[in-house]
Design a protein around this ligand. Structure first.
Ligand code: PMP
Length: 408
C-alpha cells in the first residue's frame, strides 16, 4: 500500500495554499460538510466548459456527442469506483438528499402502504429521516428506530428485534456525520436480507474515506454526494440494484426519461434515464468523474490509513484536555470528531477557532435526534481529509487549550 505524501498532495489543492483567514494560513477541518477540489477536477471542469459543452443525448452534432461521451464515461468511472455490476445501476442526482428522495418517491410510494414499517437508525442525517417521514405521513406507515449506545454504536440486538412482517425497508448511514461511527452495514444488510427486506445505505460520509464495494456490501441502494468526494456541488449518485430500479416509478417527469409521449399514454425510458428527467447536471457529473479518478489513483486504503492516524492523534490530544468531551467514541470511527468544551457554546468555540484560521462546523449537523440522545443542542465538529497534516491537528489542539483557559 502506498503512503500519502501529504505535503506534495496539498499542492494539488489551490485553495489550501491561497486562502488566508485573519492573516493566517487556512486550516480546513470541515471536510465532512464539503471537501475541496484538486486542480485536476477544476481543470477538467474548465476544459469541459471551454471545449466540450452542449446538451447531451438528443443531439446529432459533434459537440453534443462529445458532451454525451463525457457524461456517460463519468457514469462508468463511478460504476467502477463502487464496483456496481452495470452502468445503468448508477443514476446521477443532485446529491445524497436528492437520491434518498428519489427512492422514497420512486420505490416508497409504490411499495409502502398503510401499517407498513421502515427501520432507520438514531444517528441518521435529516436527509435519511425526513423523506421517509413524509412518505409515512402520506401512506399511514411508521418509522422504527435502531437505538445508539453511549459510545455511538448501534444496538444490533435491538435492530434484529425491530423486524416483523410489516417491515418494508431499512435505511442506515454508513458513517455518521455527527459522531464519526462507521456502522457495520454489511452485517446489518445480511440481517435485513435474511428477512427479505431491502436496505438503503447513506454513504455520504463513507465513499471518500474507505473503499466501498456495493456488491460486497450487497446493498440495494447506496447514495452519496460529489461535494464531499473532492468534486463539485450539484451532483450526487444513487446506486440501485437493477431489478429494483426497474420496478420503481419515476420521481420526476419530463424530457429524456421517456420513450414516447402522447396525451393518452407515456412510455418511460429504460434505467438509468428513467430517473434523469430534463437536462442533467452535465458539467458537475464530468467533474465528479475526474474527482473519482483522482481519489482512485491515490488509493483509498492509503487515504484511510492516513486519516486514521490523524484521528488517533487528535483523539488522544483532545481527550487529554480537561473539560473537553468527545461525543462519539465508537470503536470503529471515520476521521470525524464531535466535541464540546465544558459549557462554552459550540458557536463561540467555532468563531474563536475561526479567529485562528481554523474552519470547523458547529451546530446540530442536521442530526437533531443524535444531539437529543447525548443531551446537547450542538457540538463542534472537526473532520479530516487526507490533505490535513499532524501540524494542523496540533494547531487545533493548541487553539482548544487557549479557549479552555479563556473560559476557566
Ligand atoms: N447524509 C449524510 C450522512 C450527510 O453527512 C449529508 C451531508 N451533510 C447528507 C446526507 C446530505 O448530503 P447533501 O447535502 O449533499 O444532499
Amino acid at each position: 500500500m502506498s503512503m500519502i505524501d501529504v505535503e506534495r498532495l496539498r499542492g494539488d489543492f489551490p485553495i489550501l495554499g491561497e486562502v488566508k483567514v485573519h492573516g493566517r494560513d487556512l486550516i480546513y477541518l470541515d471536510n465532512a460538510a464539503s471537501s475541496q477540489m484538486p486542480r485536476v477536477v477544476i481543470e477538467r471542469i474548465a476544459r469541459y466548459q471551454c471545449e466540450e459543452h452542449a446538451n447531451i443525448h438528443r443531439g446529432v452534432h459533434h459537440l453534443s456527442d462529445v458532451a454525451t461521451t463525457a457524461y456517460e464515461s463519468a457514469r462508468s468511472t463511478v460504476r467502477r469506483f463502487i464496483n456496481a455490476r452495470e452502468d445503468r445501476e448508477v443514476i446521477f442526482t443532485s446529491g445524497t438528499t436528492d437520491a434518498i428522495n428519489l427512492v422514497a418517491h420512486g420505490w416508497g410510494r409504490a411499495f409502502v402502504g398503510a401499517g407498513d414499517e421502515i427501520i432507520l437508525s438514531e444517528v441518521e442525517h435529516h436527509a435519511n429521516i425526513v423523506p421517509w417521514q413524509m412518505l409515512c405521513e402520506e401512506k399511514g406507515a411508521r418509522i422504527r428506530v435502531i437505538p445508539v449506545d453511549e459510545r455511538g454504536e448501534l444496538d444490533l440486538d435491538a435492530y434484529a428485534g425491530l423486524f416483523n412482517e410489516r417491515t418494508r425497508l431499512v435505511g442506515i448511514t454508513h458513517v455518521s456525520n455527527a459522531l464519526g461511527t462507521v456502522n457495520p452495514v454489511r452485517e446489518m444488510i445480511a440481517t435485513a436480507h435474511a428477512r427479505g427486506v431491502p436496505v438503503l445505505v447513506d454513504g455520504a460520509q463513507a465513499v471518500a474515506h474507505e473503499p466501498v464495494d456495493v456488491q460486497a456490501l450487497d446493498c440495494d441502494f447506496y447514495t452519496f454526494s460529489g461535494h464531499k468526494l473532492y468534486g463539485p456541488t450539484g451532483i450526487g449518485i444513487l446506486y440501485g440494484r437493477a431489478a429494483l430500479l426497474e420496478k420503481m416509478r419515476p420521481f420526476k417527469g419530463g424530457g429524456d426519461m421517456i420513450l414516447s409521449v402522447s396525451f393518452e399514454k407515456t412510455t418511460y425510458n429504460t434505467i438509468p434515464h428513467k430517473f434523469e428527467a430534463g437536462t442533467p447536471p452535465i458539467m458537475p457529473a464530468v467533474g465528479l468523474g475526474a474527482a473519482v479518478e483522482y481519489l482512485s489513483a491515490l488509493g483509498l486504503p492509503a487515504v484511510a490509513a492516513w486519516e486514521q492516524s490523524l484521528l488517533a492523534h487528535a483523539t488522544e490530544r483532545l481527550t487529554a484536555i480537561e473539560g473537553v468531551r468527545i461525543i462519539g467514541t465508537a470503536r470503529h470511527k471515520a476521521a470525524v470528531i464531535s466535541f464540546n468544551i465544558a459549557d462554552v457554546h459550540p458557536h463561540d468555540v467555532g468563531s474563536l477557532l475561526n479567529d485562528e484560521g481554523i474552519a470547523v462546523r458547529t451546530g446540530h449537523h442536521c442530526a437533531q435526534p443524535v444531539m437529543k440522545r447525548y443531551g446537547v443542542p450542538a457540538t463542534v465538529r472537526a473532520s479530516f481529509a487526507f490533505y490535513n497534516t499532524r501540524a494542523e491537528v496540533d494547531a487545533l489542539v493548541v487553539a482548544v487549550q487557549k479557549i479552555r483557559r479563556l473560559f476557566e
